[in-house]
Ligand binder design. Structure first.
Ligand SMILES: Cc1cc2nc3c(=O)[nH]c(=O)nc-3n(C[C@H](O)[C@H](O)[C@H](O)COP(=O)(O)OP(=O)(O)OC[C@H]3O[C@@H](n4cnc5c(N)ncnc54)[C@H](O)[C@@H]3O)c2cc1C
Length: 311
């Protein structure tokens, strides 16, 4: 049996693609993941309050939002397999998508495998994740925890500069911890952070542990030059050290950019292989939001529907 459409990944992009494709009677089959590249349900399963997804005026818990999306996809007839895809073959149609347990053939594929925010795995990180430690300023900056307190941001690239600038709206002061003795951010961003009166840069500094009670209160920093240790009283620690897109199983078959994100063409979600689309964070290192992931999931399903009707 050959499926019409297989969707890989069950974050906001995957479920939105599934809802649109199921309503278009493509009977999509989704591999919702298991252990690779995060959790079934995606990154929002690891957070608490989501305050910026439209339609929830009082906010919604991340896992609850994902449960609702899953139910909506099932209601319209999406078939779910709770397993990881470990191998694909896009060289000929129908395409092959395989887990450890089974091999599926499909005319079309939408990839929504997302990306993982890199973490430092410092001591105390698990304890204070969502209670002071975060990897997304736009998602969490407005949290009352971060209002008028000092905050640390780790990283030296454009994302770190953007996060630091964004957080100056809420924090009393932002400490930018840069591992080396130079910034990788663009000249314009460098000037903006170097001249900002709320931002202090700590060169060759790296956090090594986090401390507090119910919430984060301070971090221990190690000087990377002479290994000396110091304490910094902060109510927030934001990682801005990059993301890893979940694209390892597509390498060699799909065109990826230098950071490993899937390349899509122009305004569409089309990859370099006809019949394969990519939506959500796996192809987006700029916006990385649930609503943009959902938006591109919708685009991918509409593009797949048109393409299947014509081919
Ligand atoms: C802590 C945290 C808080 C956040 N808060 C917000 C917020 O408040 N608002 C907001 O808009 N955004 C927020 N974001 C960002 C948002 O979660 C992402 O932009 C969004 O989830 C991306 O959706 P996605 O569908 O592209 O991928 P993801 O949500 O990353 O989902 C990827 C899916 O692919 C699956 N997968 C991966 N590899 C495989 C494989 N080999 N086989 C099968 N399945 C696979 C995973 O299991 C997962 O289900 C937050 C992110 C984090 C980490």
């Amino acid at each position: 049996m050959v499926e019409q459409l297989v969707i890989i990944g069950s974050g906001p992009a995957g479920f939105t693609a599934a809802i649109y494709a199921a309503r278009a009677q493509l009977y999509p089959l989704m591999f919702e993941g298991f252990q690779q590249g995060g959790l079934p349900g995606g990154q929002l399963m690891t957070t608490t309050e989501v305050e910026n997804f439209p339609g929830f005026s009082q906010g919604i818990q991340g896992p609850e939002l994902m449960r609702e999306m899953r139910q909506q996809a099932i209601r319209w007839g999406t078939k779910l397999i709770t397993d990881d895809v470990v191998r694909v073959d896009f060289r000929q149609r129908p395409f092959t998508i395989a887990s450890e347990e089974m091999e599926i053939l499909s005319q079309a594929v939408i990839i929504c495998t997302g990306a993982l925010a890199k973490r430092l795995h410092i001591q105390g990180e698990e304890q204070f994740w969502n209670n002071g430690i975060s990897a997304c300023a736009i998602c969490d900056g407005t949290n009352p925890l971060f209002q008028d307190v000092e905050i640390a941001v780790v990283g030296g690239g454009d994302s770190a500069a953007e996060e630091a600038l964004y957080l100056t709206k809420y924090a009393s002061k932002v400490h930018l911890l840069v591992r080396s003795n130079r910034l990788r951010a663009s000249k314009v961003m460098q000037e903006r952070i170097l001249n900002h009166d709320k931002i202090q840069i700590h060169w060759q500094a790296l956090p090594i542990s986090a401390h507090g009670d119910e919430v984060l209160r301070s971090i221990t920093i190690q000087d990377q030059k002479d290994q000396t240790i110091s304490e910094l009283a902060v109510g927030g620690l934001f990682y801005a050290i990059g993301h890893t897109p979940n694209t390892q199983i597509f390498a060699g078959q799909l065109e990826l950019d230098e950071q490993g994100y899937i390349k899509t063409s122009g305004k569409s979600t089309a990859t370099n292989i006809a019949g394969v689309w990519a939506a959500g964070d796996v192809q987006d290192h700029l916006y990385r939001q649930a609503v943009t992931a959902a938006g591109t999931g919708c685009m991918a399903a509409l593009e797949a529907e048109r393409w299947l009707a014509e081919s």
